[in-house]
Ligand binder design. Structure first.
Ligand SMILES: *Cc1c(COP(=O)(O)O)cnc(C)c1O
Length: 369
């Protein structure tokens, strides 16, 4: 018998860790990675202006950050053509998804997502007693029509879609997303995760009426802005909806350094442009490396590429394991048929040099066994 008593909900939760972090893996392996291409981080780093902002305010770290993140929300409003009342800032999309589920989901409420999609939402849904319903991918894309159909059938509270998608990198055009939003009935809400939208081609980001209470959009500074380690992201939504977050959020949860870094990063449009260009080049190089090894890739609008290993999941798993054995941190999708692929995040030239040496060896070993 333990001397404490958790809630019944927690008692019944599985011991899930959505992602095993690279540091955790390094400790388990007792060896460091030499290339870090598994977590879709931005290897090119944050804007130098964000770095100087962090340095500049480091000495002010004894003060909590602005609990309303006023200046940052004002700039984010301007940046997105909405007002600051339409912006909620939090410790990354992951935290904001947690608040969202807490606000909208109670015992048994249904949330619809794609089978094998970005899993953090699922973790929160289970943690708040919600019920997940999964829709399979179709041709490596999240299946928009089917997501809405299934959500309607189950009277779901929330639908989750990431555009561009993680882990496949596929995307839908803005008009498809706009039509999807038009189909969402009263009482249901689309959580549109746009973590990678900066990398996507023009015509990917939908035009959403800010007074529409059937959609919340999630953005982050972790990917294109290269600030994953500082934990900051935001939601765009109708003012009343955004106000609901004030009832549950950690009001001093976004630190001073994070707010200042995000503000400076947002203003440095030139750095963002540079990063997007480098990401595009690296994606092309990953594609070339794959083709040289007789593998195909899934066309990607994000900062990673899913490589189709051309066989089943156990083959892909072996390739992945052999890359990890050669000290290259990569990941792979979790379910069939996506898990015939491995997912390579964009790396520096030196990282991709290592990949181009390691991949043929990994394939040889996988093919030999
Ligand atoms: C990386 C990623 C996130 C995580 O964002 P944070 O702001 O770092 O929490 C959210 N959604 C998707 C689809 C991602 O790939």
């Amino acid at each position: 018998m333990t001397s404490y008593e958790t809630t019944q909900l927690v008692r019944n939760l599985p011991k899930t860790v959505p992602f095993i972090g690279p540091e955790v893996q390094e400790r388990a392996r007792n060896r460091p990675f030499s290339a870090r291409m598994g977590a879709n981080e931005n290897v090119f780093g944050p804007s130098p202006k964000a770095i100087s902002a962090i340095t500049r305010v480091a000495g002010e770290s004894w003060m909590y950050g602005d609990s309303e993140a006023h200046e940052l929300r004002q700039m984010l409003g301007q940046h997105n053509g909405v007002s600051l009342e339409n912006i909620m800032v939090g410790g990354g999309i992951d935290e904001l998804l947690g608040y969202t589920v807490r606000i909208f989901v109670e015992n048994g409420d249904v949330v619809v997502t794609s089978l094998g999609a970005y899993p953090t939402l699922n973790y929160h849904v289970v943690g708040y007693g919600g019920h997940l319903v999964f829709v399979p991918y179709s041709n490596d894309h999240e299946d928009i029509e089917c997501l809405v159909d299934v959500a309607c059938t189950h009277n779901a509270k929330l639908i989750y879609l990431s555009n561009p998608d993680n882990p496949m990198g596929t995307w839908w055009s803005s008009s498809v997303i706009e039509r999807m939003i038009d189909r969402i009935p009263k009482g249901m809400m689309l959580l549109l995760d746009e973590a990678y939208h900066e990398f996507a081609p023009a015509g990917t980001v939908p035009d959403v009426d800010i007074s529409n209470t059937r959609v919340l959009r999630f953005r982050t500074f972790s990917k294109a802005y290269g600030l994953a380690g500082i934990r900051i992201g935001y939601i765009i939504g109708e003012q009343g909806l955004i106000g609901e977050f004030d009832k549950v959020r950690n009001h001093f949860g976004v630190g001073r350094l994070a707010q200042e870094a995000a503000l400076s990063a947002l203003l440095d449009k030139e750095h963002l442009r540079l990063v997007v260009g480098k990401v595009e080049e690296a994606r092309q190089r990953i594609t070339r490396i794959s083709l040289e090894n007789g593998l195909s890739v899934i066309d990607s609008a994000a900062n990673f590429v899913a490589i189709d290993c051309g066989s089943d999941s156990s083959f892909a798993k072996m390739v992945l394991t052999e890359l990890i054995n050669q000290d290259i941190f990569v990941r792979m999708p979790s379910v069939a048929p996506l898990n015939r692929c491995i997912r390579i995040s964009v790396g520096l030239d030196s990282d991709l040099d290592l990949l181009s040496k390691a991949l043929p060896k990994a394939l040889n070993i996988a093919r030999g066994s």
